[in-house]
Design a protein around this ligand. Structure first.
Ligand SMILES: [Zn+2]
Length: 128
């Protein structure tokens, strides 16, 4: 993946503006900020609404991997020695932990579809 020469960020080729000289190797966000390309021409730029929607979908997909260790920590700290709820919650968390990777893979298609829906339609210019 190429690197923008203004902000040194690495993006896919689609996130770069098209052109030579000062417009080469410039990401679309720096291109708009530095006035090299107008916002209307930068069809491939994520506006703040699209950006936050994409972040929200990503957070929803990966947040389960934050909750599983949190639940296990709470179980060890609070519920482990409580009879019989400690055992019931142990079984519940075991099932949850084992189902999570399967569910994660199963929902991968939905995630890709949502991300594609939130990607602006943009034809990559020839040579880019
Ligand atoms: Zn940049």
């Amino acid at each position: 993946m190429p690197t923008c020469r203004h902000c040194s960020s690495t993006y896919p080729r689609e996130q770069f503006i098209h052109g030579n000289g000062p417009m080469s190797q410039v990401c679309v966000r720096c291109g708009v900020e530095k006035g090299l390309v107008s916002k209307e021409d930068a069809a491939n730029m994520f506006d703040s609404g699209t950006g936050s929607a994409r972040l929200q979908i990503m957070a929803r997909r990966y947040s389960i991997f934050l909750y599983i260790p949190l639940l296990w920590t709470l179980w060890v700290m609070v519920l482990k020695d409580v009879q019989p709820w400690g055992f019931y919650f142990l079984l519940l968390f075991l099932v949850l932990t084992l189902i999570t990777p399967v569910w994660f893979i199963y929902r991968g298609g939905q995630y890709s579809g949502d991300m594609a829906r939130l990607t602006p339609a943009y034809d990559r210019p020839k040579g880019h």
